[in-house]
Design a binder for this molecule. Sequence first.
Ligand SMILES: O=C(O)CCC(=O)C(=O)O
Ligand SMILES: [Fe+2]
Length: 174
Amino acid sequence: MMDIVHKMGEGLGLFNISFEDWPCQFRINKYHFTPGTIGSPGVQLHTDSSFLTILQDDEIIGGLEVMKRCGTFEAVDPCPGTLLVNLGDIATVWSNERFLNVKHRVMCKETGVRVSIASFLLGPNEALVEAPEELVDLEHPRLFVAFKYKEYRSLRVSNKLHSGEALHRLRIES
Ligand SMILES: O=C(O)CCC(=O)C(=O)O
Ligand SMILES: [Fe+2]
């Protein structure tokens, strides 16, 4: 997890970044897909509020779909032996929008028990979430106010803004 985010930082020219105060969370999702649930969502469309997610998806039963920028869905079919990495809301803020969060959902397409294992790198416990100075200049003005991850989570949950819309409320007017 840390290797990936450090490499992502290096890709932006940042070699001295620390994610020390950033906790991880681990979750097992279990879906009981029956003939009656076919066609309905197992998980509604959402973005992850985290920085980064590593997903070990069910090797047999598919259902994960990623939304493209144009609004159409692309199925992510099972691929045994692989892990899927996707970016969440905090990656968008921290990178000053060089990285983009990804909307996704799980649709029930076949019957059976589907299991996925997700590891999230959340946002910092105490420090504010904000883009490092190196990613802010005249051509790339700061796009989001600094905020605490916990407050962002509450804003998302209490307003039911599960697809990253809460970020619009933290945007700096230009
Ligand atoms: O079960 C999956 O494939 C995706 C789960 C998911 O999107 C999540 O846990 O945030
Ligand atoms: Fe997710």
